[in-house]
Design a protein around this ligand. Sequence first.
Ligand code: ATP
Length: 312
Amino acid sequence: MLAVVPPPVTVRAPAKVNLHLAVGDARDDGYHELATIFQALSLTDEVTVSVADEPGLDVTGEGADTVPLDSSNLAWRAARALAEHVGRDPDHLKVRIDIRKSIPVAGGMAGGSADAAATLVGLVNLWRLEMGRDELSGVAATLGSDIPFSLHGGYALGTGRGERLVPVLSRHTFHWVIALASRGLSTPDVFAELDRLRREGSPPRVGGVEPVLEALSSGDPLQLALLLGNDLQAAAVSLRPALRRTLRAGVNAGAVAGMISGSGPSCAFLCTDGDSAVRVAAELSGVGVCRTVRVAHGPVPGARVVSSEDSP
Ligand code: ATP
């Protein structure tokens, strides 16, 4: 009898920007308590999972040469965690994972988390698992704080380390220009720098989340522009002072606000509409303050299958 090999499954997963990121003081376990509002962006990675005799992992696209190809890759760790969760042998995964990156690596936009989320969704389909989103989100949370949001997409309020999510019900679209840097920043280094700055002084802290939630329900970019805030910004700029120039240049180019995305070094510039974002991107790309620019909008859905020969 011939075994039927299921067709490859391709999943698209979004980057995120934190519209509001409040970082509490370091806990005894070294983690920081966060209160954050995530928005999923139209900047996406694509991951294809397929059945293979030998396990394999390949990465192409944005920053591919800086992504590990061994078992530390977050997509591979996601595959192993899912296998263990459903009783498959994680040491004998007959799976190939192909990642096409557009999300900057170590850019503060949760690119690795997007790949992990896409891999989870891909394997649920490839292995024809009966798993609800909540169960999958539980597996995701064991791998990294941003992965549940990469599954969820849209808008969400995240607490804990960012992994405890409450959906935020707004469908308004906002338009962004993202300035990508030549080199990434390590997220743990940025948190450590924030701890250092707080020991030595009082870097600015963002306010409460409520006004940001109100701005999201109004859909008014000018209102939101006044409320964007990120406690990690001072630390990212302290480690990479040139980011100050990038942030200024985006606003000079016509954005209504600019901020560091997550732990940086990507800068996110809010624009009044899609046409304005295209103009800001064109001007910013000529000023020499970043490696390249991308136009994006959000919110978009979380990790979703985009092709599988026999998906419904
Ligand atoms: P976050 O915003 O969630 O803090 P980030 O966007 O700043 O993360 P990532 O792109 O997720 O950073 O990568 C962080 C590090 O993780 C990289 O420096 C890389 O060594 C490692 N890594 C492991 N797997 C991946 C992957 N699939 N894609 C990108 N980086 C990966």
